[in-house]
Design a protein around this ligand. Structure first.
Ligand code: BYC
Ligand code: FE
Ligand code: FE
Length: 481
């Protein structure tokens, strides 16, 4: 069978020849009911019966892989899709540089590889859990559809990692796959593995910030894992990246539309001072300083996901050929990094200082730098909207030392400009930099669901174009009667 085409005749759609792989098929069929239970319990609350205009992947080549149709989410065809194998692929970095890519798990690196797969897998259902209440306050049917599209695809990303665990890791792989359904975002006794995935996503502005900033960590991590010498992981991640693009699009355009609506409302009302928060809020839109606070929060939480700036885990995974750098194959160096250095921001004698560290242990820092550069693009777009509206305000990324819980800066307090401050000053100013409870209450007060086709909540403008080129009043979700 053509491995570009997905086999939909089986219960678990796939392009990995599952029908010929009875043992793995049986293992996955055993896991499937637990997954559906998890989806019913922890997936979008109140919308399991709604018909949602979703895209489903039918092929894995870059063009035309998706078809759109109305689907009840529990009937979504979650499947196992790997990007086509690259012939004669070799390991592109590390101690095994140039050797043929592995088609089976390299025994000596089994534990390290399993850990990476499990951590990746854990984030996917976590995000669905974090977003499960948002359907009820969707600002439009268009946005509601996008939320659910992201949710079903994160569910599929879980399947992607579970396939690797079942196929390549035997019994402990199956146990880990079960654990992925047991942990819960924000749970006291069985939380999700990484910090940001236990935080709440209380409102739609947070959702857009999350899909812009946190899904973008997903992009960077998936790019690094797509370089992996373990070929099945590489192929899985390469296909996941094609889905990821839509998640970040949802975030970027969601924030653009929020900023746009705010600027429009301010102009119409003749308000030129963006910091006149009360006046702006009275218009039923989110003031720019509050948008900046949400941005500060989600960016800093997402920076924590890169781990410590200096990390032997990162060096080991690179040396082993399991996790590479962003765009590894396009970098011109020896891809072993034994003698190279990389500048790392560290705390030295109480000051934030740039220090050259061995490039191998600085890989998390490097990926984080690549991430920050990638984040800037959205800010340019949002700021253009603000400038075009004639408003004197600019959104900015806070300094990497601001509000950190992991790495070099976890024990210090810093302003968004990167100035170190004492605990008392932090306490006094925190509410100027991060969303306060009253900011949250205000945003929550705007989160009114709009379910007439073509209708949008007061705080967000309509998108420029519809999904799948549908007109503005398209009924993206048919709610259950
Ligand atoms: N929270 O050497 P260190 C996505 C732990 S998002 C809690 O500093 P390392 C998505 C670490 O586990 C992408 N714990 O860091 C987005 C270690 O613990 P152990 C997800 C943390 O290992 C939106 C210890 O601290 N994929 O796909 O080099 C929606 C020391 O670790 C955190 C991946 O992350 C934290 N933030 O790097 C849906 C890729 N950070 O082992 C989906 C796979 C560190 O000593 N994971 N720790 O007990 C990795 O590559 C690495 O595990 C990390 C950490 C980059 C996360
Ligand atoms: Fe994902
Ligand atoms: Fe995503």
């Amino acid at each position: 069978m053509d491995s570009n085409v997905v086999d939909y005749s089986t219960k678990i759609p796939n392009n990995v020849g599952l029908t010929q792989d009875r043992q793995v098929l049986r293992a996955l069929e055993g896991w499937h009911p637990g997954y559906l239970n998890w989806w019913r319990d922890m997936g979008p609350e109140g919308f399991q019966e709604a018909m949602v205009y979703l895209r489903t992947a039918y092929a894995v080549d870059p063009r035309g892989w998706a078809k759109f149709d109305y689907v009840r989410m529990p009937d979504y065809r979650w499947g196992i899709l790997l990007a086509p194998a690259e012939e004669n692929r070799t390991i592109p970095f590390g101690q095994h540089f140039g050797e043929p890519a592995w088609q089976e798990v390299p025994g000596e690196y089994r534990a390290m590889l399993r850990r990476l797969v499990v951590i990746q897998g854990d984030t996917e259902p976590a995000s669905v859990e974090q977003q499960r209440h948002l359907g009820k306050t969707a600002p439009s049917l268009y946005d509601m559809r996008n939320l659910f599209q992201v949710n079903v695809e994160e569910g599929r990303h879980l399947w992607a990692m579970v396939y690797l665990l079942h196929k390549y890791f035997g019994r402990d792989g199956r146990e880990e796959a079960d654990e992925l359904l047991r942990r819960r975002s924000g749970s006291e006794d069985a939380p999700r593995m990484l910090g940001a995935f236990n935080e709440a996503t209380p409102d739609w502005l947070s959702f857009f910030m999350f899909t812009y900033f946190t899904d973008r960590d997903g992009k960077m991590q998936l790019h690094s894992l797509a370089q992996s010498g373990f070929d099945p992981l590489s192929r899985t991640c390469r296909f996941m990246l094609t889905e990821e693009a839509h998640h970040m699009f949802v975030g970027e355009t969601g924030i653009t539309r929020t900023v746009q609506r705010t600027c429009e409302a301010m102009r119409e009302a003749g308000i030129s001072d963006p910091t006149d928060v009360e006046k702006v809020r009275a218009l039923g839109v989110i003031d720019l300083p509050t948008i900046q606070k949400k941005l500060n929060l989600h960016y800093s939480l997402s920076l924590d996901l890169f781990g410590s700036e200096v990390s032997t885990n990162a060096a080991n995974a690179f040396n082993a050929g399991l996790k590479g750098r962003y765009r590894e194959t396009q970098i011109e160096d020896d891809h072993r990094l034994e003698n190279a250095t990389y500048p790392v921001l560290k705390m030295v004698n109480g000051a934030i200082t740039k220090v050259d560290e061995p490039a191998l242990t600085a890989l998390n820092m490097r990926l984080r730098d690549d991430y920050s550069a990638d984040c800037v693009k959205g800010l340019l777009r949002w700021n253009k909207v603000i400038t075009t509206a004639g408003i004197d305000y600019q959104l900015k990324l806070p300094h990497v030392a601001f509000h950190r819980q992991i790495g070099e800066f976890k024990d210090v307090e810093a302003t968004p400009q990167g100035e170190l401050i004492d605990a008392a000053t932090w306490k006094k100013s925190e509410a100027d930099w991060l969303p306060s409870a009253s900011d949250g209450d205000f945003i929550a007060s705007l989160m009114r669901s709009k379910i007439e086709p073509g209708e949008f909540a007061s705080w967000i403008s309509a998108p420029k174009v519809g999904i799948d080129n549908k007109p503005g009043d398209f009924e993206y979700v048919r709610l259950a009667a």
